[in-house]
Design a protein around this ligand. Structure first.
Ligand SMILES: [Zn+2]
Length: 123
């Protein structure tokens, strides 16, 4: 894995609804949490967007990671919960696991985030 796709720090600003990643080397990228949720690469979200799921990402989930909660049958709690981060965890050394307030879990590989990131500050 290239060094520029490993994070130094990940900061969530719940008030602003953004997540900032500082990559090794110091380049920072910020993500709008709504955008981040919408680009969730899991099979459920990919199917809901009409895309082919990425089975490789699902198979890469660590065995001891909790299974994603099935929240599809529950009443919709509203977009506020859907786009708020409840917690984050490292998945191995290659990905960031995000648990959303509505119980959905996303796994974003660092390379995926690097390719999807917008520069926080124009160079
Ligand atoms: Zn998803």
């Amino acid at each position: 894995m290239a060094v520029e796709t490993m994070p130094q720090a990940v900061n969530v600003n719940r008030g602003a609804g953004t997540m900032e990643i500082v990559w090794e080397g110091g380049r920072a990228a910020s993500f709008n949490l709504m955008k981040l949720r919408r680009i969730c690469p899991c099979a459920t979200c990919a199917e809901s967007r009409g895309e082919n799921p990425h089975p490789g990402l699902l198979e890469a989930r660590t065995p001891d990671a909790p299974a994603p909660k099935k929240s599809l049958g529950l009443p919709i709690l509203g977009d506020v919960n859907k786009f708020q981060i409840q917690g984050m965890n490292h998945v191995g050394n290659y990905a960031l696991g995000v648990t959303w307030q509505d119980g959905h879990q996303s796994i974003f590989s660092w390379t995926f985030l690097a390719s999807a990131s917008d520069p926080a500050t124009p160079v």
